[in-house]
Design a protein. Sequence first.
Length: 125
Amino acid sequence: MISRALFMTLTRYFSVSIGVYVFILGGMYLIVDLLQVDKVTSYILVYLFAYLAEYAVTLTFVFCNEHHWLKVLKFIIHTAVFLVLSTLLFRAMLGWHVHYLIATFAVAVLLLPFRYLSNKYLVYR
């Protein structure tokens, strides 16, 4: 059985994630379709902005933690690793002729559990 504390943390994490992914999908559409920027470049730019906002929200709202320079350092490393991994997956999906918005969403869904666990046990610990 899942504890109430874990359930609440997961609920907060998924709520924040939904907001972040709506921002990401909207940003991708805006930059790729309206501004005609390369898909991979757009992906990296949008994710960098999303991750910056996510740090503060996840720190305070999801894990109810306090800011510390070591958490920032761990978050930067975490972000770099996941940005490289997600970009490689995104490029692979584009190579398989998956529409860029579907690829963006699919990568997010694939990495979501790993991002949650690494945030919980490595970054915000």
